[in-house]
Design a protein around this ligand. Structure first.
Ligand code: GRF
Length: 281
């Protein structure tokens, strides 16, 4: 649970500890102040006292955490946190629009589309693909998800199809079997909002050219005892963004790239969608 929060906030463990301490100290300070203020009124402890206490604590809490955050160096984090909280309270949240980028068979894309179609506050509203022959296209069509088919040049050295992504109102990008490197323009436009899944335990067996059966063959050739999946943030380098989640599976005698791929797919289908969901605001 703590790791998920840490990833969601995009902070390191030191900052996470300082934030947690600020929450705890800010909370107890505002409780203390609330009791002091009510003490001045001579009110008996009863329903009215507790109602007023609740109102006071709600009003004092933002002020207390902001003040406590200053000596801990966390004022910018709490200022943003409170602004986002107030914004969210003021408006009915629109579902997060996810674009899934996939260029192959698309079994993960299918699981993601179905997961977010079922009563979640997020939708896969665009399937982005660079391969007109990809199996994922028929799946998107069957599931009623619009497709954006991309050309290499415009994606890698042009505007990265940002106008189309923005026009579709995309908030979050999930790479699920997408082989091209994500260009810097896209990483900058979606900070901490692009995730990828890799079919091995990074940092081993990642990087340029490490995809599909090649990954599993390399894992077996290295004599590893286990493999697995890594879900990670995307930066400008192949498979190098911070790890969000890993799960592993054992490698047994007689394992082949195909049998290993099947085990890895089981892990992917079980964990990818819930992990993405845990990252959405
Ligand atoms: C998955 O194994 C994923 O880890 C990798 O590409 C593969 C895509 O599989 N990035 P599928 O097309 O979703 O079946």
């Amino acid at each position: 649970m703590f790791s998920r929060l840490k990833e969601k906030w995009g902070v390191n463990w030191l900052q996470f500890t300082l934030i947690f301490t600020t929450f705890a100290l800010g909370g107890s300070t505002c409780g203390y102040l609330g009791r002091k203020v009510l003490g001045l009124t001579q009110l008996e402890k009863g329903p009215l006292y507790f109602l007023l206490y609740l109102v006071l604590v709600t009003l004092l809490w933002p002020l207390c955490v902001l003040l406590v955050s200053i000596p801990f160096g966390q004022f910018p984090f709490f200022k943003n946190y409170l602004v986002r909280m107030w914004r969210r309270m003021g408006q009915k949240k629109k579902p997060t629009k996810i674009a899934v980028f996939a260029s192959g068979n698309g079994s993960n894309a299918e699981v993601l589309i179905k997961h977010f179609a079922a009563g979640k506050n997020a939708r896969v509203s665009l399937l982005v693909c660079n391969n007109p022959q990809a199996g994922v296209l028929a799946k998107a069509d069957r599931l009623g998800v619009p497709v954006l088919l991309m050309g290499r040049e415009r994606f890698l050295s042009g505007d990265a199809y940002l106008p189309e992504l923005q026009a579709a109102g995309i908030d979050f990008i999930v790479l699920a079997g997408f082989l091209w490197k994500v260009p810097p323009a896209l990483v900058r436009a979606f900070p901490q909002k692009i995730v990828n899944i890799h079919p091995a335990l990074l940092p081993k067996f990642g990087g340029k050219g490490m995809y599909g059966a090649r990954v599993h063959a390399a894992v077996l050739a290295a004599g590893e005892a286990e493999s697995g999946i890594t879900i990670h943030w995307v930066n400008e380098h192949y498979d190098e963004g911070a790890t969000i989640f890993q799960a592993s599976c054992p490698i047994v005698a007689g394992e082949t790239p195909d049998s290993l791929a099947a085990k890895v797919h089981v892990l992917e289908h079980a964990h990818f969608a819930p992990t993405v969901e845990s990252l959405l605001d």
